[in-house]
Design a protein around this ligand. Structure first.
Ligand code: FMN
Length: 325
């Protein structure tokens, strides 16, 4: 399949693995890239820019295919030294960066001077247009279904993607709720030129997370995600667990007066890592998309990507063609 996204990134299949905190290590990024997609290392999961440099070198030792690094600009307990992370990316020779959260505008000159292709992930048409205006090469349009931060507009992909298609000139991928060949064909129909997946890639053999997390995704259905941090306007879609229900109870009690300090013990990095890395499933909140309802197995990244491409081709050639008289 050839789209503007496969051309832009020099990849075989129009499938991207979005940056994921405590999941997007070299092992997963390399597996996705080796399977013909675009793997992405999560920059800020590495505690320092030096650690990111090592992770990039590790990934280069595991794949000769293109891969990227995610840089997320979200409210954090401690502001990371972004210029130094960018330096590690540039000096490591990485040519693709996925930005997310706030606009990457102030870092665009440095990224562009290094010849880096930038795909910005955002949750609205207006932010997509801003990304286009400041020189991003592509956008990842993240619908309300998505795992992680869906923004505050609550527009699902059935509306958001065709709206993005109406306005954007640069290519975009559909992000949020993507799981299989059906998702890919639907995304292409709605104007996207590929898909970005987060949650689905966690339930793969190579994802470096605890087995309990993968099993939880297979067991979960589409009703089991919750939105936390709404009162803080930093909404996050997570899989429900004891910690999440506690957060929601605090948010119900405190309403608009909820502060990050009220829920910090359940959403801070160490708790997130305990769930993902140690498999302590009630330790804290962890991002997860509604797409959990479509995850029924734990394939390798290659099996997953091959299956998506095979099924997409079947749907296009057989099912869709078949409807035409
Ligand atoms: C566990 C997890 C952690 C995530 N961490 C980040 C992150 O650090 N930065 C980021 O830009 N997106 C992050 N995301 C969002 C994904 O990159 C992707 O946009 C999202 O998962 C797409 O929705 P889906 O889960 O329905 O596929 C995360 C998602 C998950 C599930």
């Amino acid at each position: 399949m050839k789209t503007r996204i496969t051309e832009l990134f020099g990849i075989k299949h129009p499938i991207i693995q979005g940056g994921m905190h405590y999941v997007g290590y070299a092992e997963l990024a390399a597996a996705v890239s080796n399977a013909g997609g675009l793997g992405i290392i999560t920059g800020l999961t590495q505690p320092t820019p030096e650690d990111l440099a090592k992770e990039i070198a590790k990934c280069q030792g595991m794949t000769d295919k293109p891969f990227g690094v995610n840089l997320t600009f979200l409210p954090a307990f401690f502001a990371p030294p972004y210029p130094e992370y960018i330096q590690a990316i540039v000096e490591g020779g990485v040519k693709i960066v996925e930005t997310a959260g706030r606009s990457p505008e102030q870092y665009m000159p440095a990224l562009k001077a290094a010849g880096i292709t930038v795909i910005h992930k955002c949750t609205s048409v207006r932010h997509s247009l801003k990304a286009e205006k400041i020189g991003c090469d592509a956008v990842s349009v993240d619908g309300f279904e998505c795992g992680g931060h869906p923004g505050e507009d609550d527009i699902p992909n059935m509306i958001l993607l065709p709206r993005a298609a109406e306005e954007l000139k640069i290519p975009f991928v559909a992000s949020g709720g993507m799981a299989d060949g059906r998702s890919l064909v639907a995304a292409l129909s709605l104007g996207a030129e590929g898909i970005n997946m987060g949650t689905r890639f966690i339930a793969t053999k190579e994802a470096p997370v605890h087995e309990n997390v993968k099993k939880a995704l297979v067991a979960a259905n589409e009703l089991q995600t919750r939105l936390i941090m709404r009162p803080l306007r930093n909404t996050e879609r997570v899989l429900t667990n004891a910690a999440v229900e506690k957060i929601l109870e605090i948010e119900r009690q405190k309403g608009a007066a909820t502060s990050i300090e009220d829920i910090r013990e359940f959403v801070a990095g160490p708790e997130n890592r305990r769930v993902l890395q140690e498999g302590v499933m009630d330790a804290g909140a962890w991002s997860c998309g509604m797409v959990a309802g479509l995850i029924h197995d734990i394939p390798s990244c290659k099996e997953l990507i091959d299956r998506i491409m095979r099924d997409a081709e079947q749907i296009i050639r057989k099912r869709l063609e078949g409807f035409l008289q």
